[in-house]
Ligand binder design. Structure first.
Ligand code: PLP
Length: 428
C-alpha cells in the first residue's frame, strides 16, 4: 500500500499543528510510520487520501456503532443545518433526546449534555465534590477519563499512594486529590478509603475498561465498589463514555445490574458529532446550576446539529432489538478466528472481549489491569499493527486501545480480517 499523499499531508500539517495532529494518538508515535489521512468513510470502511480502503476497527474511537455516514444520522444533521447551526437558546430537541436517553439508561432522572467525554467526566467530578462537600477522588491506574487535570495522574510507586501528575502543567495541588487504585482490585480501593476517612467524594471507574485494551471487570468488582461507596458515603461514577449505548442500550449498568450514582457518556451518544453527557438521579442533579450552586455551562452545549445526530443514533439503537446480539456474535466470530490464526502459528497472545469491544494482547498472562496490560510485547504489536494496515485493516495505533466492532461489518469483512491475521501471524 502507498501512503505518499498521507506522508506529504503529515509533513505539511506538522508545520502548523503541534505534531501534525489535534489529538496525540493519531500521530502513530507508539507504532511508528506515517499516520494515514482520512478522506471519507462509509459503513465499515474508511478511505484515505491515497485512495486506499481500510476495514475500520477504530470507528472514530467508538462513536460509529452503526457504521460511518449512517444515513439517518447524516440526514438528521443535513436537515437541522438548514434551520441554523446554533442558537445558545433551549430547543425542544434537547428535551427529546434527554427523555430518550433517560428512558434507555437505568437509574437516571436527569441528564445534561456537554461537548465531549472529557467535559462530562470533569463536570461529574465537580458535581460529586459539590454534592458530598469532599475533595478527593479515587481513579484506577490505566483508566482514562479525558484530559482534564484531575485525571492525568499515573500510578506512582504503587496503588495506595498519592498520585503524581503525568503531564507537566498538572499541579501537585491537583494531583494530591486524585488517589490511585488498581483495576479489578478491591483491596487497593479499601486501603485508600480506610486511609482517607470521610474525605473521598467519588470513585470514578470505566465499568468495562477500554483504555488499556479492553478489560472487563472481574466478578464482584463493580458490586464491591458499590458496597464500599455505600458504606462510606462516596459517590460511584461510571465513566460510560466508551461503553454507554454500546454494550447494552442502558450501558454497563444494565449489562451488569450494578448502579452508579453518576454516569458519564460520550462517543456513541453524539452519533459522531462532539457530544458528551452526564446523568444522575434528581437529588444529585438538582445541585447543578441554575437550580443549585455547582456551576457548569457551555456555549455550544446541546447545539442542534449534535443533538440531531445523537437523537437519530439513540433512536436507531433503541428500536433495533437485535443489535446488541448481532454485535456480540460478530465480535465472538472475530475472537475465534484471531485466536485460531495466532495459535496455529504459535504466537503468544491473550484476547479480551465483551459485547462489541475486543483487544489482542501479545502476552501469555491474563490481562486484568494496567500492570498486566503493560506486559504485552510492544514490538510484536507494532509488527502486527503495520501488517494489518498494509493489508487494509485499520486497528488502533497503540496496544492500549480497544477495537470497536460496528454493525456495518459483514462476515466477509471479518473473514478478510482473520485472513490478514493469519498471514501476519506467520511472520511474527
Ligand atoms: N472517558 C473514556 C472512558 C474515554 O474513553 C474517553 C476518550 O477516549 C474520554 C473519557 C474522553 O472523551 P473525549 O475524548 O470525548 O474528551
Amino acid at each position: 500500500m502507498l501512503y505518499q499523499r498521507s506522508s506529504a499531508l503529515f509533513k505539511e500539517a506538522k508545520t502548523v499543528i503541534p505534531g501534525g495532529v489535534n489529538s496525540p494518538v493519531r500521530a502513530f508515535n507508539a507504532v511508528g510510520g506515517t499516520p494515514i489521512f482520512a478522506k471519507s468513510a462509509k459503513g465499515a470502511y474508511v478511505y484515505d487520501e491515497d485512495g486506499n480502503r481500510f476495514i475500520d476497527y477504530i470507528n472514530s474511537w467508538g462513536p460509529m456503532l452503526l457504521g460511518h455516514a449512517y444515513p439517518p444520522v447524516v440526514e438528521a444533521v443535513i436537515d437541522k443545518t438548514k434551520e441554523g447551526t446554533s442558537f445558545g437558546m433551549p430547543t425542544e430537541l434537547e428535551t427529546k433526546i434527554a427523555k430518550l436517553a433517560v428512558s434507555m439508561v437505568p437509574n437516571i432522572d436527569k441528564i445534561r449534555f456537554v461537548n465531549s467525554g472529557t467535559e462530562a467526566c470533569m463536570s461529574a467530578i465537580r458535581l460529586a465534590r459539590g454534592f458530598t462537600k469532599k475533595d478527593k477522588i479515587i481513579k484506577f491506574a490505566g483508566c482514562y477519563h479525558g484530559h482534564s487535570d484531575s485525571f492525568l495522574i499515573a500510578a506512582g510507586s504503587g496503588a495506595v499512594t498519592f498520585g503524581t501528575p503525568n503531564s507537566p502543567g498538572v499541579t501537585q495541588g491537583t494531583a494530591k486529590d486524585t488517589l490511585l487504585a488498581n483495576y479489578n482490585d478491591l483491596s487497593s480501593v479499601q486501603e485508600i478509603v480506610d486511609a482517607n476517612p470521610n474525605q473521598i467524594a467519588a470513585i470514578i471507574v470505566e465499568p468495562v475498561a477500554g483504555n488499556m485494551g479492553c478489560i472487563p471487570p472481574v466478578k464482584g468488582f463493580l458490586e464491591g465498589l458499590r458496597s464500599i461507596c455505600d458504606s462510606d458515603g462516596i459517590l460511584l461514577i461510571f465513566d460510560e463514555v466508551m461503553t454507554g449505548f454500546r454494550l447494552a442500550k442502558g450501558g454497563v449498568q444494565e449489562l451488569k445490574d450494578v448502579y452508579a450514582d453518576i454516569v458519564c457518556f460520550g462517543k456513541v451518544v453524539g452519533g459522531g458529532l462532539p457530544v458528551g453527557a452526564f446523568a444522575s438521579r434528581n437529588e444529585i442533579m438538582d445541585v447543578l446550576a441554575p437550580n443549585g450552586p455547582v456551576y457548569q455551562a457551555g456555549t455550544l452545549s446541546g447545539n442542534p446539529l449534535a443533538m440531531a445526530a445523537g437523537y437519530a443514533m439513540l433512536k436507531a439503537i433503541n428500536e433495533d432489538k437485535g443489535l446488541m446480539s448481532r454485535l456480540e456474535e460478530k465480535t465472538k466470530y472475530l475472537h475465534t478466528g484471531i485466536t485460531e490464526a495466532l495459535n496455529k502459528n504459535n504466537v503468544t497472545h491473550t484476547v479480551n472481549r465483551i459485547g462489541s469491544m475486543i483487544s489482542v494482547h501479545f502476552s501469555e498472562e491474563r490481562v486484568i489491569d494496567f500492570n498486566t496490560a503493560a506486559k504485552g510485547n510492544n514490538d510484536t504489536f507494532k509488527a502486527f499493527f503495520h501488517g494489518m494496515l498494509d493489508r487494509g485493516i485499520y486497528i488502533a495505533p497503540s496496544a492500549f486501545e480497544s477495537w470497536f466492532i460496528t454493525d456495518a461489518l459483514t462476515y466477509q469483512d471479518l473473514n478478510e480480517t482473520i485472513a490478514a491475521v493469519e498471514e501476519i501471524a506467520k511472520t511474527l
